[in-house]
Design a protein around this ligand. Structure first.
Ligand SMILES: [Zn+2]
Length: 266
């Protein structure tokens, strides 16, 4: 009986000890999970009836899709536990507000929209990464206007976007305030993307910029829009259209994502 009692006390103590460890372990796991990035949404700009901008040979919608799929694939290869969601995987038209809906519905931790740029001055070249905010130059506003214009091809755009006068100071302020809670982290990721473009691609980095993009308007998470280069610049168009160029650009964005993920989970 005494032996049994000793055993019981011993086993009880062991159980208590084990439970304490389990509890501590669970607490640590919860702590780590809290910051872990679980879902990223990759958004290939344009598609279907909306070709985006055009170069001499290539359409923006096709290049954006190829780069977006490569970015998603590289991120999925690097982080198999991560949920990678695409707003489109084929050549189809998707309303801008549906793209942000997809990200919100899936409680994404990050939204990355991929595009190509255009300018009437054909010599202009390089990359720009945008976060939501009030534009500081007419050029930045022009980029946002070009990317927003697609809503006029959507049915019901007046209902879905509330205000159509987005170029007015009030419209711009309204756009900027929506994403302000995520501004710091959006800029953090945007800076990493531009730094990687500068270091690891032949493209010229034109830097991180702000403007009122409708696709970033209602996303409830850090969000960026990457202009991967100018289709209006003939030599940049050739690079953007090449599989080597697309792979190098996608690799730079995936590296920026990996670095951001490490920072956030620290
Ligand atoms: Zn675009």
């Amino acid at each position: 009986m005494l032996n049994f009692l000793k055993w019981s006390i011993g086993a009880g103590a062991l159980w208590l000890l084990t439970s304490a460890f389990v509890l501590q372990d669970e607490a640590e796991t919860t702590e780590t999970n809290k910051n872990r990035l679980k879902t990223v949404v990759i958004d290939a700009g344009h598609g279907g009836k909306d070709p985006g901008t055009r170069g001499l040979k290539y359409k923006e919608k096709d290049i954006a899709l190829k780069i977006a799929l490569l970015v998603g694939q590289k991120i999925a290869d690097d982080f198999p536990e991560l949920n990678v969601i695409y707003t489109r995987k084929t050549d189809k038209f998707v309303d801008l507000h549906v793209r942000s809906d997809i990200a919100n519905r899936n409680k994404a931790d990050l939204f990355i929209s991929i595009h190509c740029n255009a300018n009437l001055t054909k010599t202009i070249r390089g990359t720009e990464t945008y976060t939501m905010g009030v534009h500081k130059s007419a050029d930045n506003l022009a980029v946002a206007k070009r990317e927003n214009d697609v809503i006029f091809q959507e049915s019901n755009y007046k209902k879905n976007y509330k205000s159509t006068d987005l170029d007015s100071p009030l419209g711009q302020m309204m756009l900027a305030t929506y994403q302000s809670a995520y501004m710091v982290n959006s800029v953090r990721l945007a800076s990493k993307v531009e730094r990687n473009f500068k270091r690891n691609t032949p493209l010229k980095s034109l830097g991180v910029k702000q403007a009122g993009f409708l696709v970033l308007w209602e996303t409830a998470m850090p969000s960026i829009l990457v202009e991967t280069g100018f289709l209006s610049n003939p030599s940049e168009e050739i690079y953007l259209g090449s599989s080597e160029g697309q792979d190098t650009i996608a690799q730079a964005i995936a590296q920026a994502f990996a670095s951001y993920k490490t920072d956030m989970e620290r």
